[in-house]
Design a protein around this ligand. Structure first.
Ligand SMILES: Nc1ncnc2c1ncn2[C@@H]1O[C@H](COP(=O)(O)OP(=O)(O)O)[C@@H](O)[C@H]1O
Ligand SMILES: [Mg+2]
Length: 410
């Protein structure tokens, strides 16, 4: 938004040119034509969650495509008991396919014939294909990683005025980019492990300067990461200078921004956050990888990682984790859900924020729902709460004035 445009009401300007607006005496800010609203929104707040038409987006153009399928299956199975479900499979090329058999979530597009899309413009939320128009109430994006958790899909949905579960465009993008996320944490005074970052072009043109920058600030071991990714892909633990170059080259394969962090000898603590502008935190859990760190193999290949739900922490530590997690959620501007991952220094017992995931793993054995379950919120109720939060945010957004009309002085 232009910084010098007044936020609301009638603006009278003396020279009629302030803010680059047309030369007029009066500019009236007003709501655009009313849009057909989701039934729930028309009927107002504080009602029992009624049956909704939910498009479940899953799969996606991401390294976490397969995990998304697993998450979507759990969510689909539970929501189907109460709502009308319209699963949409996004293949690895990014095409959207309507899944005809609502009980089955296929893992590829074999046998799927109806490609769907959405069109920009505020109208009743609808998915279109050359065979049908499908009216829905909201979208549940169950997409992890790139093109799903990073604001891209959220932007597409915003452009068509479709309510959706989870973080908005800005929070999704910030939650995916570790450089932006850390800057927001630091800005709010939240603790993060010491780090440096630079573009890969700088690494490729001046390696010694980058090494000096890192070694001037951080003792070994350090963690080298691409800024935008997930599932530990492209991440290395670096023990000495010899390992540093190859680790930076590896991270540079995945993103143009590279982050180098001080390695913390840490317990890995996770906490689930649920809410919009005000939010609640679950009891914390703990991940205990049996490898040197929680790398891709520990996450998805080996089945050796232990999950402690809840984590063995004293009440004061639980409170600290919950407080930091809610503040992290708010610093990034999240809505709906967020799983906050922390590092707890084994010696000093100090907590550092590692990251926030705006669409966390969601199988019924995943940490996000398990932590809610152990905190007293069962899976089905958690999902209903997320639907409510999505509609609440959409309703709130509709209050925003989005257009102005310049009126010539009669
Ligand atoms: N600064 C650090 N100190 C210690 N371990 C770390 C640090 N950063 C990352 N790790 C390890 O690497 C894993 C993946 O890093 P993370 O930043 O969470 O990336 P991703 O977004 O791919 O999950 C963590 O779960 C942890 O095991
Ligand atoms: Mg992580």
């Amino acid at each position: 938004m232009a910084a010098d445009v007044p936020a609301c009401g009638v603006h009278s300007s003396s020279d009629g040119r302030r803010g680059g607006l047309p030369t007029t005496d009066r500019v009236v800010f007003q709501q655009p034509r009313p849009v057909p609203l989701v039934r729930e929104i028309i009927q107002g707040e504080n009602q029992q969650m009624q049956q909704l038409r939910i498009a479940l987006l899953y799969g996606g153009r991401s390294g976490e495509h397969e995990i998304s399928i697993r998450s979507a299956r759990s969510i689909h199975k539970t929501l189907l008991e109460k709502h009308s479900m319209y699963p949409i499979f996004i293949d690895k090329q990014g095409f959207w396919w309507r899944v005809p058999d609502r009980d089955q979530l296929p893992v590829n597009n074999t046998g799927l014939t109806e490609r769907v899309c959405i069109y920009p413009g505020f109208q009743a939320p609808t998915l279109f294909s050359n065979q049908s128009q499908l009216r829905i109430d909201l979208v549940f994006p169950v997409l992890h990683g790139t093109h799903g958790e990073d604001g891209i899909i959220q932007g597409v949905l915003e452009s068509a005025g479709i309510p959706y579960v989870g973080a908005n465009v800005a929070a999704s993008a910030a939650g995916m980019d570790k450089v932006i996320m850390k800057a927001l944490f630091v800005q709010e005074g939240l603790p993060v492990a010491p780090y440096v970052w630079f573009y890969r072009s700088r690494w490729r043109t001046g390696q010694q300067k980058c090494i000096d920058l890192i070694e001037g600030k951080l003792p070994y071991p350090v963690f080298v990461k691409p800024a935008n990714l997930g599932s530990s892909v492209g991440i290395s633990k670096v023990h000495d200078r010899l390992e540093l170059g190859p680790a930076l080259d590896e991270a540079a394969r995945y993103d143009s921004k590279l982050v180098v962090e001080q390695g913390i000898n840490a317990r890995e603590i996770e906490c689930s956050v649920l809410g919009n502008e005000t939010a609640d935190a679950s009891l914390p859990g703990e991940i205990v990888p049996k490898r040197e760190f929680y790398d891709y193999a520990a996450k998805y290949i080996e089945n050796t990682t232990e999950l402690h739900v809840p984590a063995k922490l004293n009440p004061e530590q639980v409170k600290t984790v919950q407080d930091l997690s809610i503040r992290a959620f708010q610093a990034v501007g999240c809505s709906g859900m967020g799983r906050v991952d922390l590092l707890m220094d084994r010696e000093s017992q100090k907590f550092y924020l590692n990251e926030i995931n705006t669409i966390p793993g969601f199988t019924n054995i995943s940490m996000y729902p398990k932590l809610w379950e152990v905190s007293g919120l069962p899976f089905a109720e958690l999902l209903d709460r997320l639907l409510e939060l999505a509609l609440q945010r959409f309703r709130d957004q509709l209050e925003n004035v989005t257009s102005y009309e310049a009126i010539q002085n009669p």
